[in-house]
Ligand binder design. Sequence first.
Ligand code: SF4
Length: 547
Amino acid sequence: MDEDRAVPPATKRKKGEGQWALGYREPLNKNEENKKNDDGLNVRNRIVDIYSKAGFDSIDPADLRGRFRWFGLYTQRKPGIDGGKTAILEDEELDDRYFMMRVRIDGGQLSGEQLRTVADISTEFARGTADITDRQNVQYHWIRIEDVPEIWNRLEAVGLSTMEACGDTPRVIIGCPLAGIAEDEVIDATPQIAEIHEKYIGSPEFSNLPRKFKSALSGCTAHCTVHEINDVAFVGVRNAEGEVGYQAFVGGGLSTNPMFAKSLGVFIKPEQAHEVWKGIVSIFRDYGYRRLRHRARIKFLMNDWGPAKFREVLEKEYLGYALPDGPEPDAPLPRRDHVGVHPQKDGNYYVGFAPKVGRVNGQILGVIADLAERYGSGRVRTTAEQKMVILDVPAENTEALAAALAEHDLQVHPSTFRRQTMACTGIEYCKLAIVETKQRAMDLIDELEKRLPEFEQPLTINVNGCPNACARIQVADIGLKGQLVVDENGDQVEGFQIHLGGQVGASFGKKVRGLKTTSAGLTDYVERVVRKYDEQRGEGETFAAWV
Ligand code: SF4
């Protein structure tokens, strides 16, 4: 039953939403209690001093399924447990003795040395696994607790970490992979991302938020950081006086009750960005709803307050000054990724390529590091669409680089399907999953490339392993939400609920009643829909408009 609806309004008011600023400091649920008992950041010392030495069985359950997240660690799903058991089994029964580990790569920026380190860790400690996530992180699997301190040492030696990669914290700050590079960017947000990271990530001031907090800062004209679905996003704009700065968007998020972020209508100078970000995350900490986990994202607060009140509280209670009004950013481009060969402002080129659904491995990452050094300067970027970009390639090297990448199935000129299909972790490793996603999506791409070789229109296909939104199904043209469905023999099998016509910032996909497919029937279904769209679409008509 929906816990929120079960509480009569009067009781609800008395009990409050657990907002600290209104005096509700006592924990109203187990998660809040755990956070109050001990700061998630303190688990690092226990991992180094105790758990990594005494082994998996020595781990306190409150750390294992709670505070480990503050350092990017989740237990992974025990292999072989089918999706029908996901909702039935207890956490302990689903837990494997290995971990998923997320490395935060703020702004998606990697030097050659950093990429090589990430690659080597994958090979040595993660059975070769490495996925590029849609928040520019790298995600490993099969991590043993005994190896965590050594992995951290290696990451930290090159300026990377897993700190606050998960948990109720300010997670990785995403940025345009071409920050400082692209000819047409409004502003390079790299210094502001670095400043926020340095001042506030790992600070006890923000290590107990009501829930996760996703940030994006970018001056990209394609809007590749999808500011509309971040908790907070600063988007590069130019004001009437010709100064560059940022517009702030707050309260975007998918999952249950998807909402697009709302503009605060302000103009933020680059040097103010860190304190405005601090003010916004402080509002979330102090006024955010903590009673129910599924209402604890900042989008619910924004939805109740509206942007005018949010701005007023920000200015009066947190900044102590008013921000001037600012312009809205230009509309995004139809494809927000950075795939292909494009000019940089220094005369070199950047080369964006598409691993299928972000799946790479340690060996391939090593190859990418080699190629980036051979053909460019060594600098590499991850994107918020599970893709990668090699920077600083002289014009005469671009073709050779594209050919060398293609030898490893990394396409610089991919099909629409390879370019615009994303998939979450799914049942392979995720304890919440009901169905397989990564391999299913890779098979789907291969098959659609064979069946529809001429199709070139922009079209996003996002595959989720459960009703959550890690692969953003609500904003995909074809969003696939993993669930059990009944096949023609009456058996329960893996399948998908289909959402059609989502578009970031414009519309959420429509869930057509009864529109489901089994996993086995998925390719035929998608082929049929895409063929129909291709036959019927008018000139320039997008899938979302057509559907
Ligand atoms: Fe796991 Fe569901 Fe997120 Fe996929 S969408 S990674 S299955 S929680």
